[in-house]
Design a protein around this ligand. Structure first.
Ligand code: GDP
Length: 445
């Protein structure tokens, strides 16, 4: 079903990219096909409808940028809208596990990959975050479940709570809590029992465990291949138990797009991780960009989008250059430069690409500039009002104080930024006259 979506979108956009201008009718036709394709990929109706509506609004009234085709423009809009819909938080992998020992509750249906994912998560926390992790299986229904977790624990070098036959899940959860506290663990993960379908027993058991464990995170594990069912399961679990995040498993399979899109839109819960295979390191943080790329089809379309973005950036650069040549270089420009520097690996990376900039690099560094403070510099610019950014000459003592305080920094640091800005503005102006700026900026974008 996933191939369908990808192929269909490709077909639509292929046709669009061959046309010179994009009429309103073209947008409508394209979006109608996008909507059908989404539905076929098992995206729920309201989600597909909202998604298309958002694109329609963005597409209509947006000028088609010079030198890219209308089709490319639409691709970019669809791509961005997918990412918007999919994005739950900036850092989906950051779990709330301070204050040790932090309990994490794993819930989900049987066969969703819950036990495997418990072990994957434990491995990740141990290896990437240096956490001491304890795992406990609360699955008293399935005879081999506890042993399964124990075996996985041995494989990844993570402790499991010793198995005591005949205990009920709540008692096991209490024992895990005590053991985690006494043993100095940072995190303990409770793997609850699953059933084939959601039933009252399952929910009652999970709720009872939740009430004693008071989990910091309740992660719902759902099979990404089950499409619309996955969304229904998530909605129900969230209503009855309350979940803080979703882990989609089997995203290495075929149904990669639809479930993720509806899941995020319908439940409002962030997708934190995706399972990408049976191996115990096949768990990755959820990246909307990557899923959007997959939904659009990995190859051609995404590179088209990238090309479109590059073209837009080049046009921005050209507009900027024209202003610099006239000696206009304001705080917004400076901020863009700083952000660009961050993207390109800091000061050294940038200067290396700009002929004739060696001297300036030294001056800038003498002014107290190093890569670590780029982030703080950007915060200072963000703390300025729009007027101040456009006209830095406005910055007198009281404004400076306010700006520095807004960024949580000292006025002296703002002064350094202003000095750097003056130096850069001078340099740009001089270079603009000699025609060097054009050459330099080619390297930057
Ligand atoms: P549980 O009943 O929910 O605890 O499910 P299990 O953890 O026992 O997993 C069921 C099966 O799914 C196992 O064979 C796992 O190896 C497999 N599995 C789990 N996660 C993934 C995944 O992300 N991709 C693939 N391909 N298989 C997975």
């Amino acid at each position: 079903m996933f191939e369908n979506l990808s192929e269909r979108l490709s077909g639509v956009f292929d046709r669009l990219t061959k046309q010179g201008a994009l009429s309103e009718e073209d947008v409508k036709t394209a979006l109608r096909e996008v909507r059908v394709a989404l539905l076929e990929a098992d995206v729920s109706l309201p989600v597909a409808r909202d998604f298309v509506k958002a694109i329609q609004q963005k597409a209509t009234g947006q000028a088609v940028t010079k030198s890219i085709t209308p089709g490319q423009q639409v691709v970019k809009i669809v791509h961005d809208a997918l990412i918007d819909t999919l994005r739950g938080s900036d850092d989906p992998g950051a779990l709330r596990i301070d204050n040790p020992p932090a309990p994490i509750l794993m819930v989900g249906l049987q066969g969703s990959g819950k036990t495997t994912t418990t072990a994957k998560l434990a491995k990740r926390l141990k290896e990437r975050e240096g956490k001491r992790v304890l795992m406990a299986s609360l699955d008293v229904n399935r005879p081999a479940a506890m042993e399964q977790l124990q075996i996985l624990g041995t494989q990844i070098g993570v402790d499991t709570l010793p198995i005591v036959k005949g205990e009920d899940p709540v008692t096991i959860a209490k024992r895990a809590k005590t053991q985690a506290a006494m043993g100095g663990y940072d995190v303990y993960i409770l793997d609850t029992a699953g059933r084939l379908h959601i039933d009252t027993d399952l929910i009652a058991q999970a709720a009872a465990v939740r009430d004693v464990a008071k989990p910091r995170e309740t992660l719902l594990v759902v099979d990404g291949l089950t499409g619309q069912d996955a969304v229904n399961v998530a909605t129900e679990f969230d209503d009855k138990i309350g979940v803080t995040g979703v882990i989609l498993t089997r995203m290495d399979g075929d149904g990669r797009g639809g479930a993720a899109l509806s899941m995020r839109a319908v439940t409002g819960k962030p997708i934190r991780f995706v399972g990408l295979g049976e191996k115990l390191d096949a768990l990755e943080t959820f990246e909307p960009e990557r899923i959007a790329g997959r939904i659009l089809g990995m190859g051609d379309i995404v590179s088209l989008v990238e090309k479109a973005q590059a073209t837009i950036e080049a046009e921005q650069a050209e507009r900027m250059m024209k202003r610099f040549q006239k000696g206009q270089f304001n705080m917004n420009d400076l901020r863009m430069q700083l952000e660009q520097m961050q993207k390109m690996g800091g000061m050294e990376g940038v200067m290396g690409m700009m002929p004739g900039m060696g001297k300036m690099a030294k001056q800038v560094q003498d002014a107290g500039f190093d890569d670590k403070i780029i982030t703080r510099q950007i915060a200072l610019v963000q703390s300025m009002t729009r007027k101040e950014r456009a006209n830095p000459a406005l910055l007198q003592a009281s404004r400076k104080k306010r700006i520095a305080a807004g960024a949580g920094l000292e006025v002296s640091e703002l002064n350094k930024l202003l000095k750097m800005h003056r130096q850069m503005a001078d340099m740009m102006k001089k270079m603009g006259k000699g025609g060097m700026l054009k050459q330099a900026m080619k390297g930057m974008f």
